[in-house]
Design a protein around this ligand. Structure first.
Ligand code: ADE
Ligand code: ZN
Length: 344
């Protein structure tokens, strides 16, 4: 990585906004804005227990992960048709483009939908069509990662995998999300082993609220390539050393961590510590409609609160592509675009 020329505070803000970046941790159901929830509830005749967009937005005050998930799953209940999934993803992809996200790897939670009788094909076809249109019409490269819900059984995850396999060419990997505490990674050892045999990329949420032990088992039992969140790793020096030595990416989500009370304030966030310890940390939005911001909001608010530097910004933008599942040539080309922005 190059040493940067002097960069003013003003120029740094401009770079945070306009430099090319990859987003690797976005739950597409978490991009569903209250306005779209209401529009879809009317379009599909599905009642939601809130009288207005404002009342729904006022309910977005969370004390921990579970308090958020309860509302997040309720919001997703308005999604029924292929066009609904397309519209949700397209709205996110437009925001991504506006934030100079040039590559995104999008999580989706099929069990949230199949449990309500929506077909797997409906979910995947809608999301995938939006990803294809993003490349063609927005110049944004986008791929899909299917997440298993960890509060459900491994058997349910296996059935979901079976259901999704006819669409194997429409998603690049699998992840693990939902309620972390009490649902350690090893609960999904066998289904992740099967996904590995199938050549899928593997990621898992670990160390968001859960202990460092969950990060160890995500790596050693599930054999994931990236850790989603991972911010609890700073409580374990041996783990920090390993993550740095092996360049295992952490997809960190600062505004999410603030809203779910993982850190009392954004100023207390440990992103700077992770970067200074040589970890491949990245910035991501997680559930932007619920946590008060998309990618650039995460960058701008985190830098304003913590005093991270231009060198940190450059490292974060480069890390986002290094940590991506892009093919080597595309990765190199995008890293060159980061260098061009910062070294100009
Ligand atoms: N599903 C959506 N957002 C999540 C998060 N932050 N942690 C776990 N599961 C999620
Ligand atoms: Zn997440």
């Amino acid at each position: 990585m190059n040493t940067l020329p002097p960069i003013s505070a003003e120029r740094l803000v401009d770079l945070l906004r306009t430099a090319p970046k990859a987003e690797l941790h976005i739950h597409i159901e978490g991009s569903l804005e209250p306005e779209l929830i209401f529009a879809l509830s009317q379009r599909n005749g599905i009642a939601i227990p809130y009288a207005s967009v404002d009342e729904l937005r006022r309910a977005y005050a969370f004390s921990n992960l579970q308090s958020f998930l309860d509302i997040y799953y309720a919001g997703a209940s308005v999604l029924i048709t292929e066009q609904d999934f397309y519209d949700m993803a397209w709205a996110y992809l437009l925001k991504a483009q506006a934030d100079h996200v040039i590559h995104t790897e999008i999580f989706f939670d099929p069990q949230t939908h199949t449990a309500r009788g929506v077909a797997m094909k409906t979910v995947i076809d809608g999301l995938y069509r939006a990803c294809q249109d993003a490349q063609a019409k927005l110049g944004v490269s986008a791929s899909l990662i299917l997440c298993f819900l960890r509060h459900l059984s491994e058997e349910d995850a296996f059935a979901t995998l079976e259901d999704a396999l006819p669409h194997r060419d429409q998603f690049i990997g699998v992840g693990l999300d939902s309620s972390e505490l009490g649902h350690p990674p090893e609960k999904f050892a066998r289904v992740f082993a099967r996904c590995r045999e199938l050549g899928l990329h593997l990621v898992a949420h670990a160390g968001e609220e859960g202990p460092p032990e969950y990060i160890w088992s995500a790596l050693d039992v599930l054999k994931v390539e990236r850790i989603d969140h991972g911010v609890q790793s700073t409580h374990d020096a041996a783990l920090m050393k390993r993550l740095a030595a092996e360049r295992i990416p952490l997809t960190v989500c600062p505004l999410s961590n603030q809203k779910l009370c993982v850190f009392p304030n954004l100023a207390d966030h440990n992103l700077g510590r992770l970067l200074d310890a040589g970890l491949c940390a990245t910035v991501n939005s997680d559930d932007p409609a619920y946590f008060g911001g998309y990618m650039n909001d995460n960058f701008l608010q985190t830098f304003a609160a913590t005093g991270l530097t231009a060198q940190h910004a450059y490292t974060l933008m480069r890390n986002s592509f290094e940590a991506s599942f892009l093919a080597p040539a595309a990765k190199r080309a995008m890293l060159d675009r980061v260098d061009a922005a910062f070294l100009a």
